[in-house]
Design a binder for this molecule. Structure first.
Ligand SMILES: [Mg+2]
Length: 287
């Protein structure tokens, strides 16, 4: 075992263990030394501001070489998996579109499970409308079963007004993810969670959020690759979404410190990931 981050004074101790073939115990938590399947967050783990993070390309290649089933996850519902695969390729990361799981796909999977062949009024971009179409949904503003809210760069007052009236008339309110802002080069952009709050204020109805931190996002991802929670690891950069949802979905969790969380932030939470690694590069030996 190689101690990477050892902070006994804070009660935080994370280790990178070798593949011994047996489960190791880290601070009382069992970690799986040879996981069969991997879920990994995208932003802050593999890429940051459209640039690949060190070790990300090698990590993905190792998953492919060792024939591990894996999915790259994002709460962003703007893009289709094909769009995202192309964006990742421009960053130097080779991820097949079939290995990308978005909150839009998770939302479509959830809706099909709830009501196959239903209808929805959608506020969102191609990532969401394509996912719902491919799941057999009809997109309409005439008495839809659901109002589905996702991310867009052009939230229109007219569309939000329509959503509010349809929800008032009985449509069920679903949102792809609760993130209140999204990043841009110029500063934060209002995102799905903020617009959902506006609609909630106007209607008195709370949406059901499908994306992280709802563990539903991970459970539908597991189903997609026929993985089992006991043999799957989740890698993320946020305690309040990736790690908590991973724990709730029964996954082993790895926090990497290349995104929005520092080692000192970890202490503020009442739960711990199984491992804390400096970056995705240190996860390669665990594959
Ligand atoms: Mg992230």
């Amino acid at each position: 075992m190689t101690a990477l981050l050892d902070r006994p004074e804070s009660g935080i101790r994370a280790v990178l263990s070798g593949n011994t073939g047996a489960d190791d115990v880290v601070e009382g938590r069992t970690v799986r030394t040879t996981p069969q399947c991997w879920l990994t967050d995208m932003d802050g783990v593999l890429v940051r501001e459209e640039h690949a993070l060190p070790g990300a390309a090698e990590f993905l290649q190792c998953l492919i070489d060792k024939q591990r089933r894996f999915l790259v996850l994002t709460n962003n519902s703007i893009y289709t998996p094909r769009d995202l695969a192309a964006r990742l390729a421009r960053s130097g990361l080779d991820v097949p579109e079939s290995a990308i799981w978005t909150s839009a796909l998770a939302t479509a999977a959830f809706l099909v499970d709830q009501l196959p062949g239903g209808s929805a009024y959608v506020i969102g971009e191609a990532g969401l409308t394509t996912a719902l179409h491919e799941a057999g949904y009809t997109l309409t503003d005439a008495g839809p079963d659901f109002v589905v809210l996702g991310e867009t760069r052009t939230y229109s007052f007219e569309a939000i007004t329509k959503a509010i009236r349809l929800i008032g008339a009985g449509a069920r309110f679903i949102a792809t993810n609760p993130d209140v802002t999204g990043p841009s080069a110029e500063g934060p952009l209002p995102a799905t969670g903020s617009v959902a709050a506006l609609i909630t204020k106007a209607t008195g109805r709370e949406p059901y959020f499908v994306g992280k931190p709802n563990p539903m996002m991970f459970r539908s991802a597991l189903n997609r690759i026929e993985a089992h929670s006991e043999s799957t690891v989740m890698v993320g950069d946020r305690m309040d979404t990736d790690v908590v949802a991973g724990i709730e979905a029964g996954l082993e969790t790895i926090l990497v410190l290349t995104g929005s969380t520092t080692i000192d932030d970890v202490e503020r939470y009442p739960f711990r990931p199984a491992r804390i690694l400096p970056s995705i590069a240190e996860a390669i030996d665990l594959i």
